[in-house]
Design a protein around this ligand. Structure first.
Ligand SMILES: [Zn+2]
Length: 420
């Protein structure tokens, strides 16, 4: 691991250097929106670099991809992996074969695209999207970077050469022997996650403002062509801003656009939202005979159903109660479920401010009243009742948890409680 460029995940996030920086930044007033119609591919179909330096970057990406494809971080559900690839295929159209998609466990709202067509989708992105069109909007943005060859373009910017070298070295180190460490000790996959995030962030995926603006414009065009309502891109930004406000408010902080400043590499969230909205109106004005838009909400909900519990658990565990409660309430716009109520309770329990214990137990009680309550809701409800001195009802709830999860990690502890 010594040759690897390891950056801790938290440090990486705190630095705002996420791969596609859905954290926003600022932009000068003079920056103009790019018309979606003006976006055409710079990378020809089946492109492979011939330049030595570009081939180095490409090779590093391929080694990284080998590692990612067998990583412990991959979401285990083949159906979810296939679904993400299907949506990318729809967005990429006749160039679908050039990309591979990997959905990885990471609660941050992010996605990234390496120059060789490897796309990483974080579970934190899946957790936040409300329908397939919104998901496609982010994937379309990533495809925009790819089709415009942004990462190779970055190479020519001498300022980033040292960072690119770090990426190439990281790829070489991964290829050389980190694989041997996977599974050997418990820490290696965490190190791998760090190296993936760190090396991607440090290098070519830290795009500049103009590139982000191009990717935004290209992404809207791609989803429009694929038959998704182009407004979906703006919706994602509006949601992100609302979530950040809720997160800040819960910490009694004033919301401010992260990394807003003269040196920021990214357009401000509000400006991006305005540009994307203008672009979608522009696309809507172009009458294409027979075009039908569909946000594919039902398909999205079906695709996420097997991992929805994991997505929520990952988010709630971050203990960012403002963001978590915002998300739970947003999803409850389609109707409260036992799973959502349970996670609402968990968010309050973790926040642990005055009155939160009562809020949490009320949420657990509401969760178990719904037919689809997860087993964990019964456990939480049971312990909450015991705390309130309702022994019989509490033990009854804990028994229901054990009946559903007899082999749970904490089953022994719960049995011990029941025996008291
Ligand atoms: Zn981007």
């Amino acid at each position: 691991m010594t040759a690897m460029t390891v950056v801790s995940r938290r440090g990486f996030v705190a630095g705002g250097a996420c791969a596609c920086a859905f954290h926003g930044g600022s932009a000068a007033a003079a920056d103009a929106r790019i018309a979606p119609a003006s976006m055409t591919a710079l990378a020809p179909p089946g492109f492979r670099p011939t330049d030595t330096d570009e081939r180095g970057i490409w090779h590093a990406s391929e080694r990284l991809e080998e590692e990612v494809s067998s990583s412990e971080l991959l979401v285990k559900s083949p159906a979810v992996q296939r679904y993400a690839k299907d949506v990318v295929d729809r967005v990429m159209g006749d160039r679908a074969r050039e990309t591979r998609v990997y959905v990885v466990h990471d609660p941050d709202f992010n996605a990234s695209m390496a120059p060789n067509g490897m796309m990483l989708v974080h579970t934190g992105l899946l957790a936040r999207m409300r329908d397939e069109a919104q998901f496609a909007a982010i994937l379309g943005h990533e495809c925009g970077h790819y089709l415009r060859r942004h990462s190779l373009q970055q190479w020519r910017d001498t300022k980033t050469k040292s960072a690119i070298m770090a990426f190439v070295q990281a790829g070489a180190a991964i290829g050389a022997g980190v694989t041997a460490g996977i599974g050997g000790d418990g820490r290696s996959w965490i190190d791998l996650a760090d190296s993936i995030n760190g090396s991607l962030a440090l290098s070519m995926l830290r795009f500049g403002r103009d590139q982000e603006r191009e990717a935004d414009a290209y992404g809207v065009k791609l989803i429009d062509t694929a038959g998704y309502p182009p407004e979906a891109a703006g919706e994602v930004w509006a949601q992100l801003i609302a979530e950040r406000r809720a997160s800040a408010a819960a910490r009694r902080k004033k919301y401010r656009d992260r990394s807003a400043g003269a040196l920021s590499t990214h357009p401000a969230n509000a400006l991006r939202l305005a540009d994307l909205s203008a672009s979608s109106r522009e696309l809507r004005d172009v009458v294409v005979t027979g075009r039908r838009y569909d946000a594919c909400k039902a398909r999205w909900n079906d695709a996420m159903a097997p991992i929805r519990a994991d997505l929520l658990a990952e988010q709630v565990r971050l203990n960012d109660p403002g963001a978590s409660l915002y998300l739970v309430n947003a999803l409850a716009g389609d109707g409260w479920t036992g799973l959502l109520r349970y996670n609402e309770g968990e968010a309050y329990r973790l926040r642990d401010e005055a009155g939160d214990a009562a809020r949490a137990s009320a949420a657990y009680a509401q969760a178990v009243a719904l037919t689809d309550a997860p087993a964990e809701a019964w456990r939480a409800h049971g312990y909450a009742l015991l705390k309130q001195g309702q022994g019989a009802a509490g033990k009854d709830a804990l028994s229901r948890y054990l009946a559903a999860r007899p082999a749970a990690n904490d089953a022994g502890m719960v049995r011990f409680t029941l025996a008291q």
